[in-house]
Design a protein around this ligand. Structure first.
Ligand code: NAI
Length: 210
């Protein structure tokens, strides 16, 4: 059985992945944990501990092979697979996410948007079609969908999530400010609340003034 990795470690992985990607772009082939540490402002021992969770990857006296580590972390994060996303709610946020084409670089492919506003019928965002919610069932029976991004009003989010679970979608990237009450252990929800991050920033600003 695979060892359970703590969520705290998993949350640090994307940052490692980003830094290693930058090193690759700079043509760096290997790096010591000390050098990686000074770049990332994380202690070298934290880096070693984190990476030891996955079997280390480093070699004494050599450091880390950047490409190898980048690929391995990519695999751990599931970035070696494609994830097909539908966006539910094609308003400001749904369109902004869809317009950010760089997600595709990491394997996240937005294949369709859905909305209830008839004014959006037969439109597209970055060439990706916007469908009406009535077409959701038919679409999901034809196309594989791995993730639903919820960018619709919060009042609509819980019941829409249940409808999507019934269609076999088990992963949600939830931007609606509501806890999804999907009563299914197999359902995975990643909540993203920019306002939480702003409040954290605000706290740190005022803390320094107190
Ligand atoms: P918006 O009003 O521009 O877009 C919402 C879209 O959802 C509209 O096009 C509307 O027609 C559609 N919609 C309404 N009911 C629907 C349903 N039952 N099924 C499918 N589509 C439906 O709003 P905006 O600014 O794009 O925000 C969308 C959501 O994201 C809101 O819940 C907002 O609070 C949230 N939000 C969250 C942020 C975060 O950091 N988590 C940041 C900004 C917005």
């Amino acid at each position: 059985m695979e060892k359970e990795i703590s969520q705290a470690v998993i949350r640090r992985m994307p940052r490692y992945y980003r830094y290693l990607g930058e090193l690759l772009d700079e043509g760096v082939e290997r790096i010591s944990s000390n050098d990686l540490s000074s770049r990332m402002l994380v202690t070298a021992s934290q880096i070693r501990q984190d990476l030891n969770n996955f079997g280390g990857f480093g070699q004494q006296g050599y450091g880390y092979n950047v490409k190898f580590l980048y690929d391995e972390i990519g695999k751990i994060l599931g970035l070696d697979q494609k994830h097909k996303i539908i966006v539910i709610g094609a308003g400001n946020l749904g369109q902004a996410i869809t317009n950010y084409a760089t997600f595709e670089k990491w394997g996240f492919i937005i294949t369709a948007l859905f909305d209830i506003n008839p004014a959006l019928q037969n439109t597209s965002v970055r060439g990706i079609p916007v469908y009406m919610m009535e077409e959701l069932e038919a679409y999901c029976s034809r196309q594989p969908v791995d993730i639903a991004a919820l960018t619709l009003p919060k009042e609509q989010a819980p019941k829409t999530a249940r409808r999507l679970v019934d269609l076999g979608i088990h992963a949600f990237w939830n931007f609606a400010h509501v806890d999804l009450d999907v009563d299914d252990r197999d359902v995975i929800v990643e909540n993203v609340h920019l306002s939480d991050s702003l409040m954290q920033l605000s706290y740190n600003i005022v803390k320094n003034r107190r």
